[in-house]
Design a protein around this ligand. Sequence first.
Ligand code: PLP
Length: 404
Amino acid sequence: ASRFSATPRGPEDAILGITLAYNADQSPHKVNLGVGAYRDDAGLPFVLTPVRIAEKRLAQDEHHMEYLPVIGNRTFCDKAVALAYGQHSGLDMGCVARMQTLSGTGALRMAGELMTRFLSVRNGQAPVVLLPRPSWANHAAIFRDAGCRVGGYRYYDEDTKGLDFEGCLRDLEEAEEGSVVLLHACAHNPTGVDFGESEWGRVSEVVREKGMVALFDMAYQGFTSGDLDVDAEGVRRFVREGHRVILAQSFSKNFGLYGQRVGCLSVVGDSVEEKEAVESQLKIIARPMYSNPPIVGVRLVEEILKDEKLEIMWREEMKGMAERIQGMRKMLREGLEGVGSRLDWGHVEKQNGMFCYSGLTAQQVDRLRREFSVYLTANGRISMAGVTTGNVGYLADAMHRVTK
Ligand code: PLP
């Protein structure tokens, strides 16, 4: 018999499972609101114009297929951290360790591995990473597999469909000294609920008072406001206030480079020696895991960010994606009111980024799927990127029917 004959079959990833079910559905009205990837108003994947231009340039270049260094493409990393921290952060970039990663997921995993090895924790236990409740479903698995302990803090208030800031502060104040707090930089997944200016200020204070480490996950820079600088304000504020942050950046969404796996991990330190030590350890972690990162996606980003015209074009198209989503939020709310729903759907419009935490129950989500071929995760999260002028009326009507 095979040595693996006793291997139990594991569960399907919830989100990927939705796409499988959607693909098998024959209904002409079917709507996929599961995946967190941008779609245009025709419901199609969208490749940004500057990405297409950069691709053509690369194709004409005699670019090689050699290995990148383990740490990745340096020029890309420099551009990536400049986008996040800003040109005028006052940060001494010589003290910021950085590495090209397998997108945001890879950056978080590398951060987790680095923390379990080198974050000084008092009691010899693994570092604890506190995740907002709820958070992106993959976070807990990433940090657990990296050897961290995983905890949480209150974040979302079911009743107001907004922030539970009192609960959040209380949980952070009572957290273990030296904990790592994972903060979604903007466009929180899955809730679409972000900290405002005053809340960032308070969280920054508590993180300092408790000697905690801020680990930012920035997977949607640009998707809250349409402006990359505005969306980085939480991170930049922490840096201005002296925090030595860890930052995981993904360029999957804002460059539409999902399958290219373009990301960057940066770790703010105190000295050039510390930066070099951290980078040396990141290389030691990556070498036996995947050896070196892919070359193409980062070259596309590098090409765009090196050329002012392409960068402007990118910022514009990025803003266009954010605005289309915002427009769909408004149409969905109005559509629900238009078909006579008496419920308050204000949160659909108020929440930020790619997702709407609708408040639909698991049973209502199930009815949407069975009766209307509308697919979303059981927690009621709607990927707004899947909503179009063509399906928003159908969706509003379906949502009304399962909630009245
Ligand atoms: N972090 C959050 C909150 C996300 O929603 C995602 C993707 O859905 C990621 C990180 C990582 O995505 P990727 O690995 O494609 O960059």
